[in-house]
Structure formats: C-alpha cells, structure tokens
Design a protein around this ligand. Structure first.
Ligand SMILES: Nc1nc2c([nH]c(=O)n2[C@H]2C[C@H](O)[C@@H](COP(=O)(O)OP(=O)(O)OP(=O)(O)O)O2)c(=O)[nH]1
Length: 210
C-alpha cells in the first residue's frame, strides 16, 4: 500500500492536449480550479492557446490510466466549452472599387440589415478556411483571403474578424445562394447603410481599400 502511494512520483506521465481559440487569461483562470494532481500547461500560440493537462500515474495500474485519461479529456472539453471564443469571420470582397454586402434575412431581429458575407468558424477550422467555405456556401465563389481589416467584440464572448478578400481567377461571379440580397457598393454608398450590429466601425477601413 505504502509503496503504491509513493510510487506515482516515479510513475508515467499521461497527457491530453487541445488547441483552443480562447483568450489565454481566461484559460489560465479556468485551470486554477483543477485538482492538484493535474498539471496544466498553457502555451500561447498564434491560433489561441495550446492547453495540455497531465497526470502522473503508477505505471502498473492500467485501470487508473484509462479512467484518468477519460477524466482528463472530459475536463479539457469542459475548459474548452467555458473559454472558447466563438469567432465570426467576414469578407470585404472588393472588385473594381466596390465591395459586396449582403442583407440578412434571419434571424428576425437582424432581417433587412446589411453585413459582410461570412459566418462562424467551425471547430478545427482556420479563419481563412472558414471564410473560403462561407463564400463558397453563401456566394458560390472562390476567394483568396488577404489581410485583416479589423476586429471587434460581438455578444456572448464572440469576436468578429473582417478580412480583405479577392476573387480567385476563374471563380464564378458571387451571387446570393442563401436567400439574402447582395449588392456591390461604392465608398459613398457604404455610409449610412443600415448595418448589422456595430459593423459601421469597419467602413473607414474598407473605404480606404476602394
Ligand atoms: N457574417 C457576418 N456576421 C456578422 C457581421 N456583423 C455582425 O455583427 N455579425 C454577427 C451576426 C451574427 O450574430 C453572427 C454571425 O452568425 P451567422 O449566423 O451568420 O453564422 P453562420 O453563417 O455560421 O450561421 P449558423 O452557424 O448560425 O447557421 O455575427 C458581418 O459583417 N458578417
């Protein structure tokens, strides 16, 4: 018994790790409540945070290892759910000094307002890949994702990131596929548009590119 209790110091270390799109400080705060035997490693990486959880277990106890790994994975998922920043990517698609804007049809409280085409980044997806997918689904076109033009907070721990986007050579012309209206607008027409949320904050930056 005694031997077993002391053995973990020389046992094996087991780890689970996950890349989380989250504010590193939020993750650091979340791992503070972990039990002492779980060692968290929070590494800041360009896409967010690489969170590793590790435990040291006696090498002979296979059952303990299985249970511990299941528990660690569950804990990791919980931390991810609590801290994950939901990112919405949006495209300032510019062709011939005009930018494409889309009119939302849903939900009812946003219906009729204008936005840049885009949507939520899915789990495991890069921002660029998400934007290429959204442009394909919503507009039926292929795009190259350029530099970031701005970012700002949305409700509920989410963030919007706006990118300068161009049509790839040979791509079909963008058209509305998801029953929203789309329009090409000049710099002058962007001002005073009934924007979704606080999109008005991006007008200056987009106008500078037209
Ligand atoms: N696409 C887009 N969304 C914006 C902009 N400005 C802004 O506040 N939003 C908000 C509106 C929505 O609450 C959220 C985007 O959610 P969404 O419903 O379009 O995302 P999605 O296409 O992935 O759709 P889903 O997963 O809900 O089906 O971001 C913008 O310029 N473009």
């Amino acid at each position: 018994m005694t031997a077993r209790r002391t053995a973990p110091a020389s046992g094996r270390v087991y780890r689970v790790a996950e890349l989380i799109d989250a504010d590193p400080d939020r993750v650091r705060q979340a791992v503070r409540s972990l039990p002492g035997r779980v060692r968290p490693i929070v590494a800041e990486v360009p896409a967010g945070v690489l969170l590793t959880l590790e435990v040291r277990l006696p090498w002979w106890d296979r059952r303990a290892r299985r249970t511990a790994l299941v528990r660690l994975s569950r804990t990791l998922r919980n931390i991810e759910r609590r801290t994950q920043r939901r990112t919405v990517v949006a495209a300032a698609l510019i062709v011939d000094r005009k930018v494409l804007v889309a009119q939302r049809a849903m939900p009812p409280q946003l219906a009729g307002q204008w936005e840049f085409p885009g949507g939520k980044v899915e789990r495991g997806e890069t921002r660029a890949a998400a934007l290429m997918r959204e442009c394909c689904e919503e507009l039926g076109c292929q795009v190259a994702v350029g530099p970031e033009l701005g970012r700002g907070p949305l409700a509920d721990r989410a963030e919007l990131v706006l990118f300068h986007v161009s049509l790839l050579p040979g791509s079909p012309q963008p058209r509305a596929l998801e029953n929203q209206d789309v329009r090409w607008l000049s710099a002058r027409e962007l001002e005073g548009l009934d924007w979704v949320g606080s999109n008005g904050r991006y007008v200056t930056e987009v106008t500078a590119r037209l």
